[in-house]
Design a protein around this ligand. Structure first.
Ligand SMILES: [Zn+2]
Length: 370
């Protein structure tokens, strides 16, 4: 067993998947892998190619009829209307594409493999994971299956008794919360934008006791995130005394993301990961949302640096800069703001500290109450 973190990737995530017009029709994972390679952050033996999950592995959580329906949709290159209505696949939100089943099954296979690695002790990073909206028997929020749920099951099935799930994506981790509501082996904490889709995860929502939710206002800044981590996530985790920590580290709470109105810099997410990774002898960091390809790739490359304590260069070497300059984005309505030079030449965002507002303080206090 090595103490060094492992990076789980996958060739399929580097190929075209979602349609170009979809928010996930961007090259996120490929860019993270390329950046890490060109920064010499992926030495031999540290990169693992993800396996595809078998139908039996998917059925640890998902309805076999839904698994079969998604597989058939890929094979037949069509989604009949009754299947679309029943399983929410072939919609604008969860579109059909050539590799829709394979990609979703590989996504879960990587998370399961990473969890099995972590179960023996250590740290794994899997930026292609984090499909936290997927339901047992339908797609939701761009997620066909739910790899965080399957990863948590893999940890429990390996004999671990207590898993702490931290969700710092900009959206509520509703699919994971539903899956483990009332299960005392899993404790779940999610911070997310209030009033944002899927409109669940209110302050009073505790999923039968083992979840805490921190809905936060638009403009949520680095100082507020630091407080949420230090004064809510960390004490809740210590109280739970987990054997393993699983983090969904979506990059859509960053200020430059088009799908939320939160205002974090990537430094706030890196600090959060560093703190959460120290809570248990086993840590699995997943990706999640993230719809600005530059913000997401820079953030997630920095997460890997954080887990390895690699110093982040002030200015990227030309080979890494080339990766960022090569990215493409079809999100036309944001283009009038331009693309700042630092999206191509740096990893670290300028910090975004600010006042800690009352709703954030109130949420932190409320989740600590027994
Ligand atoms: Zn999200």
């Amino acid at each position: 067993m090595t103490a060094d973190p492992l990076f789980f990737g996958g060739e399929i995530f580097c190929r075209r998947g979602y349609p170009k017009t979809h928010p996930l029709g961007i090259a996120r994972v490929a860019a993270v892998i390329d950046l890490c390679e060109r920064l010499d952050w992926l030495p031999a033996g540290r990169y693992v190619e993800s396996p595809m999950a078998s139908e039996a592995e998917l059925a640890r959580f998902h309805d076999p009829a839904y698994i079969a329906a998604l597989r058939r949709a890929q094979r037949d290159k069509r989604v009949p209307v009754e299947i679309r209505e029943r399983y929410a696949i072939g919609t604008l939100e969860n579109p059909w594409f050539e590799t829709v089943y394979d990609r979703a099954a590989f996504c879960c296979g990587g998370a399961i493999a990473a969890a099995r690695h972590v179960a023996a002790g250590g740290t794994a990073y899997y930026p292609a994971g984090g499909t936290h909206h997927g339901r047992r028997d339908r797609a939701s929020g761009f997620c066909y299956f739910n790899d965080p749920v399957l990863a948590i099951y893999a940890l429990l099935d390996a004999g671990l008794g207590r898993v702490f799930y931290a969700d710092i994506d900009g959206h509520h981790g509703d699919g994971v919360e539903l899956a483990f509501a009332g299960d005392p082996r899993v404790f779940m904490v999610s911070v997310h934008e209030a009033g944002r889709w899927p409109n669940t995860g209110g302050l009073a929502d505790r999923a039968g006791g083992n979840a805490r939710n921190l809905p936060v206002p638009a403009g949520f800044n680095d100082s507020e995130m630091d407080l949420a981590i230090d004064e809510a996530f960390l004490p809740l985790a210590r109280r739970f005394a987990p054997d393993a920590v699983v983090v969904t580290c979506g990059a859509d709470a960053l200020a430059e993301d088009p799908l939320t109105r939160l205002s974090l810099s990537n430094g706030a997410l890196w600090r959060a990961v560093a703190r959460l990774a120290g809570l248990a002898p086993r840590t699995l960091i997943l990706g999640g949302g993230g719809y600005n390809p530059w913000a997401t790739a820079r953030c997630w490359a920095g997460v890997w640096a954080t887990l390895n304590r690699y110093p982040i260069p002030d200015r990227l070497p030309p080979a890494a800069e080339e990766v960022l300059r090569g990215l493409d984005w079809n999100f036309e309505d944001l283009e009038d703001e331009g693309r700042p030079e630092r999206w191509f030449t740096t990893l670290a965002d300028p910090p975004r500290p600010g006042p800690v507002r009352d709703p954030v303080r109130a949420a932190v206090a409320a989740v600590l109450l027994a």
